[in-house]
Design a protein around this ligand. Structure first.
Ligand SMILES: [Zn+2]
Length: 229
């Protein structure tokens, strides 16, 4: 199997875990798993997420702002590719990424599921516990982008942990935090990553009690994602 073929196969592990493959494809993956510890580990990591996704009530999801039907698969594929590229020692980071992925998917569906334990039990964690992340609902004002976010209140200001897909590849976006006096404060900028999941941390000098929301603004000045805090 060439590295390309292997990568393609790993991208299918999400669909596999969600039970979305045909019988032939599934048999192919199972045969490969027998001989590939890396992919077995991927599947073991993905399985709890697949389970969480299976708990999402499709009716409630469609009642909100329908995510693309294959959003879960695309996210898993993106995680698999990222893993392939970044290698091992990023395990903790991947668990966090995966947790963010589930948050993203569930936030889109408006469904809350606690997933904190998976991160907390990570044996590699040697750093002190991170500041609590306050989940935030992000609203898309245009078709395409889907996002969720968490807010961390630091002594120096608010940090926005933004996960998004569907923002124009290579397009510049600015993020501003709004305050009660109607002012907008820069929280940084990024470029869109299209269908690849983007995880981006943005920092502002607005303290949590003063922050009333944030906006992601495209190059035409239009707020494409908004959130109330
Ligand atoms: Zn493999």
């Amino acid at each position: 199997m060439t590295p390309e073929e292997h990568r393609t196969l790993r991208e299918m592990l999400g669909a596999f875990s969600l039970g979305h493959l045909s019988g032939t494809e599934e048999a192919g993956i199972r045969a490969h798993l027998d001989g590939c510890p890396d992919c077995r580990r991927d599947v073991a990591d993905i399985q709890p997420l697949a389970h969480a996704l299976s708990l999402v009530d499709p009716d409630r999801v469609s009642a909100v702002d329908t995510p693309a039907p294959d959003l879960g698969e695309r996210i898993f594929a993106a995680v698999a590719v990222e893993r392939e590229q970044r290698h091992r020692k990023t395990r903790r980071r991947l668990v966090l990424t995966a947790a963010a992925v589930v948050l993203a998917v569930l936030a889109v569906g408006g469904v809350g599921v606690a997933i904190g334990e998976k991160v907390a039990e990570d044996p590699v964690a040697t750093t002190p516990p991170a500041a609590p992340i306050e989940p935030v609902n992000v609203t898309s004002t245009v078709n395409g982008p889907q996002a969720s976010a968490g807010i961390v209140a630091h002594a120096w200001g608010v940090e926005i942990k933004l996960q998004a897909v569907g923002l124009g590849t290579g397009d510049p976006y600015a993020v501003v935090v709004t305050t009660g006096d109607g002012r907008r404060h820069s929280a940084g900028a990024f470029v869109g990553t299209g269908e690849r999941v983007m995880n981006c941390n943005l920092n502002s000098d607005v303290l949590r009690p003063d922050a009333t929301g944030f906006e992601v603004i495209d190059q035409t000045g239009r707020a494409v994602l908004t959130a109330d805090l």
